[in-house]
Design a protein around this ligand. Structure first.
Ligand code: COA
Length: 184
């Protein structure tokens, strides 16, 4: 499987950020990354060490994603290490496949450097260039202020609420549903 680099950026910090699609050799690093970021905030759907795919299962997942023209997964890499992962996918049923959903995370040591924004730009550009996608949706914990600010910066608006959708460490929190309707 060929490595496909989407973009290289010099961050304000001077670090060199590579944005590229995953390949099979990334499987172990991606599992370690997800098990780490799960414990760095209460804002993801899994906590520390709660991401349970084996390396073989992750390789199969990477192959499926790379062969799916309705999905883009992007890794953010600094100094050879995965520091962020983001994904956008069309919904699978034909009648709703012009809608897409995204997910995004960045390693805590790297927050606030522009990596989340760089990943968001790739996902939105994929959606803009995709023949079907008209809308991008996401769900975010109501208390996840930084993420909500980031989504608003990219034009997402709040369209709904799932009351007490999250239950993390004994506390309920709402899920805010946000949409970005593409002008195309
Ligand atoms: C949300 C997240 C992806 C942002 O990544 P990041 O690399 O820190 O993002 P950036 O540095 O590009 O900042 C993007 C925007 O987010 C907002 N933001 C980020 N940190 C902020 C802070 N401390 N205070 C206010 N706004 C903030 C700002 O709008 C910022 O844009 P600006 O710098 O132009 O003002 C990251 O914090 C993260 O992974 N959090 C844990 C996982 C998570 O919550 N994922 C989303 C689940 S829905």
């Amino acid at each position: 499987m060929e490595k496909r680099t989407l973009r290289e950026i010099i961050l304000k910090s001077g670090e060199n950020l590579i944005l590229r699609e995953p390949e099979e050799g990334d499987a172990k690093g991606m599992i370690e990354y997800l098990n780490t970021v799960g414990g760095e905030s209460d804002n993801l759907l899994f906590g520390k060490d709660e991401f349970h795919l084996t390396v073989e299962q992750e390789i199969e997942y990477i192959k499926r994603v790379r062969n799916d023209s309705d999905t883009l997964m992007v890794l953010a890499i600094i100094d050879g290490c995965i520091v962020g992962i983001a994904q956008i996918s069309c919904l699978p049923r034909k009648r709703i496949s012009h809608n897409s959903e995204l997910s995004i995370s960045v390693k805590k040591d790297y927050w606030g450097k522009g990596i989340g924004s760089a990943l968001m730009q790739e996902l939105i550009s994929f959606a803009n260039n995709h023949s079907l996608i008209k809308n991008i949706s996401l769900g975010v914990k109501a208390s996840n202020y930084n993420a909500i600010k980031m989504y608003e910066k990219f034009g997402f608006t709040k369209v709904g609420v799932h009351k007490n959708y999250f239950y993390v460490n004994g506390t309920y929190d709402d899920e805010i549903i946000m949409d970005l309707y593409l002008n195309k």
